[in-house]
Design a protein. Sequence first.
Length: 462
Amino acid sequence: MRLPHLPRPAHLPRLPRLAHLPRLAGPPHLPHLPRLPRLPRLPRLHLTARGRLTLLYTGLVLAAGVLLTGLTYLLMRQHLGMRLTTLVRLPVPAPGPGPDPSANPNANPPPAPDPEPLPDLRLPPPVDSLRDLTLSAFLTQSAIALAVVTVLAALSAWLVAGRVLRPIRTISATARRLSAENLFERVPVGTPADELTTLSATINGMLDRIQHGIAERDRVLHSQRMFTGNAAHELRTPLATMTTAIEVTLDGEPSRAELLAMAADVEAEVAKSRRILDGLLLLARSQAGSTTRRPVDLAGLVTASLGAAADELSARRLTTRTELGPAVALGETVLLERLVDNLVDNAVRHNHAGGHIEIVTGTSGTEAFLRIANSGPVIAPDEEARLLEPFVRGAGARLHVEGGTGLGLSIAQAVVTAHAGRLLPTPRPTGGLTLSVHLPAADIGVAGAGGAAGAGISHQPP
């Protein structure tokens, strides 16, 4: 229900409207005050480790000295007044002689003396002055002594910190001298087994691992460069031969016989290229190093290699004399097999008809050795070092031996180097070559069954 509009009473005044009210004045506008300039920052003090250790040691000595001086001052202030009070306290006077009671027995006894008053424990003015002078002299002398001790502590801390940090400076200087080309220097390891000695040994171990990694990287890169260069150089001739054969044969109308001859030439060159590539791949693998090593008997490998080359030995009418003793080396079986095969193949190929081959295996100290000597053409002494290079077969008849790739001794050298051994070629005065291989012997003494069985074998041509 809507309420009725009630009229406004006439006696009530009408309120003024807000629009007619005077506006209040706001606060006066304040001008912008200029900003104060920033204070310059103090430069940060960069202290060395030696300086920080010196400040720490000096601060500890100074704090200990201040604490000791303060405690001594409080104890002296507390007990010095009692000591001085005891020294200045006056003694109590003894009572004087009284009348003799036996002289007059009827006389009244003398009155009892008054009790002695308690002494005044307050220090007289001279005693207070003496205490203040004593404490003041103590503070002065203590401050001087503390200053002297603080200076001596700072000097001692500087010398001791330098002595302690000397091995770290040596480590830093050694690390600055090292580079990728100079990783042979090592940090000296001190005699006492402490934290710095452990740090030096850890850094030396890290440098050994870095040097080994860089050596492996260089070896792999060298093998890749050798493979690329040799492949590009040696495959050029077979490709040129195949191209020439194809162009000559197809110039005109070739007959069936000419096409078959061209195909035979191409097949021979392809087979030669395949042998070269296989040799280069094995050479690169040998130069990269071996991964899995196990005991391998060189005498057994020689027996197996001679058995595989029996037909060629008979065809060339070569005589073999062997003295195969146990020669257990630590290496990768596949690479060592290729090493022995290449050495035997080299002795067979670079030999004259009716010649001989002598093979000896054994162990000498910590090395297993293999020595192969063959007859053949005379090799000049100045060509001895070049025999182990790729695609070098020596002079004279060794340049024209068919079927070889010129990589046999290079692969053998790479295999021996990967096994941390030595390959020594020695030309014989009467002609031929003696190749001596020395490899680290295995720790276990394994008597090669093949070596024992093949000792003294002599193969005579039919």
